[in-house]
Design a protein around this ligand. Structure first.
Ligand SMILES: Cc1cc2nc3c(=O)[nH]c(=O)nc-3n(C[C@H](O)[C@H](O)[C@H](O)COP(=O)(O)O)c2cc1C
Length: 196
């Protein structure tokens, strides 16, 4: 199995030309494949509404896919917009589904905030609180604000070309990778059946 650190990239936006998703797509573009295997998750829109009554085997396939992704990842990287002062409902729904399986517990986790300074404060404060409840381990050094202007998004590729943003992404990923490697012997989920 490859020594590359597996990072699941999860956007809180369903919008096709989302700045949050563009940042995460750009992460997948800037990482060195020998160091990081980055996988952008596009299944959020297929998740059912969270209902504890449905949190049993056999799980909805979209939920099983999400939990498999999280279980197989060494680390998680989120990026989300703010809606009405908080997290988008679909994203909170995803986070609620991440609780029951426990795959997220102790998982090194960080976020990339694409909003301009002073914006989206409520969403990222809420994300911190929710991740606290899920048991994810927030890697503070990897949590960064990297404002993305709409006109900086290459709509064809869905990525960000701005070299300062790309440098910021590399630094954030390096901090996340360092956190994973610091604890790797205990946390490495390499095992037969890992979908990564
Ligand atoms: C319904 C709605 C509510 C919004 N509420 C907020 C808000 O409370 N605070 C904020 O900073 N931006 C707010 N915005 C702006 C979005 O966060 C902004 O458009 C962001 O770029 C969307 O992220 P995305 O490009 O990743 O989809 C709102 C946008 C919409 C559509």
């Amino acid at each position: 199995m490859s020594e590359a650190v597996r990072i699941a990239l999860i956007s809180g936006s369903l919008r096709a030309d989302s700045g949050s998703t563009a940042l995460l797509r750009t992460v997948a573009e800037v990482v060195e494949p020998e160091v990081v295997t980055a996988r952008v998750y596009f299944g959020m829109g297929a998740l059912p509404h969270f209902n504890p009554d449905d949190d049993f085997e056999p799980l909805d396939p979209a939920v099983a896919e999400l939990r498999g992704l999280i279980a197989g990842a060494d680390a998680l990287l989120f990026s989300t917009p703010e809606y009405a002062g908080g997290l988008p409902g679909s994203f909170k729904n995803l986070l609620d589904w991440s609780v029951g399986g426990n795959e997220i517990v102790d998982k090194p986790t960080a976020w990339l905030n694409p909003a301009a300074p002073g914006r989206a404060e409520g969403a990222y404060a809420a994300l911190r609180v929710v991740l606290g409840y899920t048991g994810a381990r927030v890697v503070e050094e990897a949590c960064v604000r990297l404002p993305v202007r709409r006109d900086a998004i290459d709509t064809e590729a869905g990525t960000v070309a701005d070299p300062r943003v790309r440098e910021g992404l590399r630094d954030a990923v390096a901090a996340l990778v360092a956190a994973v490697k610091a604890e790797r012997p205990a946390a490495d989920p390499s095992a037969a059946g890992n979908p990564w």
